[in-house]
Design a protein around this ligand. Structure first.
Ligand code: KIV
Length: 275
């Protein structure tokens, strides 16, 4: 079974397909709607994450803290419904799992029953071990998330690089705790590439990097960042593979100009009595 390139577009991937660690890194993209999810599924992206980054890239907020489960449910349902092959991971929003393992379980059960998501992702290392353990115990596959965890933006003092110098040991301990609790994979966000390589070597579960260098087992990106969909300042790790912002802005202006000049719609794009 090759995760990427895809060797079978008909069969839905399962959690087993993502272990053990791959020899070739696999790609993960975020998706928040049926349209983008179908494109990425058709492209053979094996894992799609309905991230709480939706708060920022879909709802225009300045961080991920305010998004609610009920806002994410239609997005997750759309992504699952539009895909045939991708394994769909649903992010647990801030405040819906941190209180105790029971809260994590009831939020995850609600999301999975409402959407058909195949796994959940939550942020935090040692302090989230019990949550992860309880979820895995009742049969919910879990992706962990350590390093720069955006839901802790107020504690971290911004979206800053984590794990430089001595604090690297804490990130390693967190990653090991997530693995020991039973997560099948872990997101490692915005750490020095040396630490990305070290954690990838130490862990037996796949490490999905974002801003963690090129030695991790997989890479994840927010799709709007990958395709240059906004003209805002981007993090250093973002390398745009398209300029969607300019393409769409120019397209909108060209169409609006044609409307103003009555050159749209022309004869070829209008109905007559005959055809
Ligand atoms: O919410 C999200 O999209 C994420 C990824 C950036 C890993 O957590």
């Amino acid at each position: 079974m090759s995760l990427y390139p895809a060797d079978n577009f008909e069969k839905r991937l399962t959690v087993q397909d993502f272990s053990p660690k791959p020899s070739t890194p696999w790609p993960v993209l975020t998706a928040y709607d049926a349209w983008s999810a179908k494109i990425f599924d058709d492209a053979g992206i094996p894992m799609l994450l309905v991230g709480d980054s939706a708060a920022m890239v879909m709802l225009g907020q300045s961080n991920t803290l305010a998004i609610e489960v009920e806002e994410m449910i239609p997005m997750i349902r759309a992504v699952v419904g539009a895909t045939k092959r991708a394994f769909v991971v649903a992010d647990l929003p801030f405040g819906t799992y941190q209180e105790n393992p029971q809260q994590a379980v009831s939020t995850s059960l609600h999301i999975i029953k409402q959407t058909g998501a195949h796994a959940v992702k939550l942020e935090g290392g040692i302090r989230m071990q019990e949550q992860i353990r309880h979820l895995v115990d009742i049969g919910i596959p879990v992706v962990g998330h350590v390093g720069m965890t955006p839901q802790s933006v107020n504690t971290l003092g911004g979206f800053k690089v984590q794990g430089r110098g001595e604090s690297a040991e804490q990130v390693i301990e967190d990653a090991l705790a997530v693995q020991a609790a039973g997560a099948f994979a872990i997101v490692l966000e915005v750490v020095p590439f040396e630490l990305g390589e070290r954690i990838t070597d130490v862990l037996s579960i796949p490490v999905i990097g974002i801003g963690a260098g090129n030695k991790t087992d997989a890479q994840v990106l927010v799709w709007q960042d990958l395709f240059g969909a906004s003209n805002s300042v981007q993090a250093k790790f973002v390398k745009p593979y398209a300029d969607l912002y300019s393409t769409m802005k120019l397209g909108a202006q060209r169409w609006a100009d044609d409307v103003a000049q009555r050159t749209y719609p022309d004869g070829n794009h209008s109905y007559s009595e005959k055809n």
